[in-house]
Design a protein around this ligand. Sequence first.
Ligand code: SF4
Length: 159
Amino acid sequence: MDPTWVASWIQSARTPRVTDAIQAMIREADQTVRTRRPICLSNGNCCNFERQGHALWLTGLETAWCLNQIGCTPSVEQVEQSLRRGDCPFLKEGACGVHWARPLGCRAYFCDGAGQGWQEAMLEAWHGNMKTLHNQLDIPYLYDEWRRLLLVFAAEGVR
Ligand code: SF4
């Protein structure tokens, strides 16, 4: 991949425009979850992609924004270990270690059956918003699986 892609995502993710747009989506997510009230068993299943049979997808820009909030990027080795385990590199002792900065997809996904079915339209809308942001900012668009994106950032030496 062209290394300028990662640089442009990181640079854009630090702008108020991107932060405001993502925080608005987070507020919407929190409000929707409060209204729907899905049950969270706090068992970490949602973060174990293999076990749960789902995948977390997002854009390069959202990945950069999350990593900027987190303040560090897992190493290539840490991401590869998580790929072998089938979970997320930020999963710590059954809970999210970066709860405040987790991707939008994490905020919408619940393993509770009653918490499924209503997320699709919301996730689709957020994805559309993120794609529009990429276009408006004139930065490369990439939509991919979370750990594959983390590997791209780690391989570029983003810390
Ligand atoms: S970022 Fe947090 S909530 Fe999302 S999959 Fe990873 S550990 Fe789970």
